[in-house]
Design a protein around this ligand. Sequence first.
Ligand code: MCA
Ligand code: AMP
Length: 508
Amino acid sequence: MDNRNLFAALRAAFPADLGAIAVETDTGLAYSWSDLERGTAMIANLLASLRLEEGARIAVQVEKSVEAMMLYLATLRAGCVFLPLNTAYQKAEIEYFVGNAEPAVVVCSPANFGWVSKIAFQAGTHHVFTLGEERNGSLLERAAQHSDRHEPVMRGADDLAAILYTSGTTGRSKGAMLTHGNLLSNAEVLKTYWGWREGDVLIHALPIFHVHGLFVALHGALLNGSKILWFGKFDPKKVIERMLDATVFMGVPTLYTRMLAESRLNKVVARNMRLFVSGSAPLLLETFNAWQERTGHTILERYGMSETVMLTSNPYDAKDGERRGGTVGFPLPGVGVRVRDDQGRDLPAGEIGAIEVKGPNVFKGYWRMPEKTKEEFTADGWFRTGDVGKIDERGYVTIVGRSKDLIISGGYNVYPAEIEGYLNDMPGVAESAVVGVPHGDFGEVGVAVVIAKPGAQLQPEQLIASLKSQLANFKIPKRCFVVDQLPRNTMGKVQKNLLREQHKGLFA
Ligand code: MCA
Ligand code: AMP
């Protein structure tokens, strides 16, 4: 049986000259393809030496680094399951993920070892390593003792490769189980569809704990044997400075609006680029138009999910049609997209309904949540995205909203239900509602509206400070109001749309 291990496919695409540079970092480091080969082999051998059970999870919460990227590739190589965690997550969040996923190994940053290792050991994890941003920490020290030769473990297309937590709109996060086949099939489709070619160079400025940076950008470059210009953190000036040396860039809308704010951005610096991809959150038409006017390039917007990797894309080749701002393009080859009403009937072109999808890229289900998984698939096996949209008569998909209560802020998902849960647990709070309002930089941010218990005196800044001490920083509402009552419909349900309307001018 041929090995369908994703790493084997990525490794097969390495250029013949392994001495060539694979990654150049914004801190002046250079890694050859041979460094990637040897580094991932040594880490894979370290993992193999631990004699972990089949399907063992490797949970990772470390700052972005090339070594962190190698840890991801080594996890695939060793046939384990990679579980990336946002570096902004704090104690309560990590406790949930580690308790739910029960990883065999946890890798954390040296600074967090104290509290992370305690959580890990309490959850039954036997191995906790550290990995710093300066190629320091116990993981690399231990890996250095192992051979730099390793045969990728045999894996089938249906075997798990990664688990990505994507919070449930109602309460706790769900672990989306992605297989080697989900990831490889999608990477192969995108390689062709986005015209990856000899000589391409990718600018990688996204985090590597989410789908966009970890799979879409990274797999795109690796599966094409392309050099990566690696940025530990997004800095618009630095990215613009390196654009002349690159051909492909992927980002969330916030990255585009921040680069547009730089006077250095113009047609000259962008003249060697061939592709700018945007996704993870809606790209405003004004951003789409401003980019075209300023750089001469038409951003290619695409649509994906943690549960499905990429679903649709605006065309790369003009022969397939124009890139239409405000739409997310056509279903990718092999992907089914349909729009249905709430009786489950297909809607005619142009009518708005629930977006459902199907294809080899659609995940296996939610980790240890068979009931929840079943709810999210239709009887005929289509996945309910929770997005609301339409398909026009030319086949373009447009996302017009979400049925799931979700705020996408700077490309990160923020779930009002989770924030409301924390607010409602605070002394003196009777009830709360968190809604998304437009924001010039992050696209959309959360605003909290809170009702005090009779006689309680609530200070908004104290509520925010309390949230900050418990939740990832990007989730914290940017404003908090204490009010006497919340607008409700006849069924007594809070009318969040009225709250959004009331506060929509806060950050415009
Ligand atoms: C940072 N802050 C934020 C966000 N990021 N607030 C709201 N939303 C955010 N996204 C706040 C911090 O809390 C902090 O506030 C202050 O901004 C500065 O923090 P810092 O980390 O320095 O911010 P930054 O460097 O400016 O980060 C902004 C960013 C980052 C570069 C846009 O958010 C980012 O890299 N976003 C990309 C997310 C991503 O990869 N999405 C793909 C998901 P304070 O000082 O008060 O604490 S995958 C996906 O969605 C699907 C599958 C798909 O289709 O791709
Ligand atoms: P995640 O939960 O991180 O997988 O994010 C997936 C969600 O991001 C999708 O269900 C959409 O709501 C949203 N999304 C992704 N790409 C786009 C896009 N191009 N335009 C609008 N929303 C998007």
